[in-house]
Design a protein. Sequence first.
Length: 130
Amino acid sequence: MSVAGTVVEVGPECDLQIGDRVLGMTASGWGGYAEEALVRGREMRIVPDNVSLPAAAAMNVIYGTGWTALHRRGQMQPGETVLVLAAAGGVGSAAVQMAKAHGCTVIAAAGGSEKADVCRSLGADVVVDY
């Protein structure tokens, strides 16, 4: 379960500090819908000040899903062409950005001119408005 928040207590072998803004995943996959959650420090990442905690909590799922699709399932390699469906949505927009950062040519498919503009702003090389 994705979590984001402020560190309120740390164990003896934890590099985090009380007050750090963090995001991560609970070890069991449960327990994130709570005021406080017990999470291993090594599973947490610092949230930059310009990112809200709700946005940070969503990043694990959105970018994690996109990363898994591109790297684990798709075996994406630099220089390849990647087609991203629903490219203006959460996972799609993350996939467009990650594929571009990996050196791929990105074909983004999205429905409607506003969504097509989003794809262009994310760096898609070709946009298909369906």
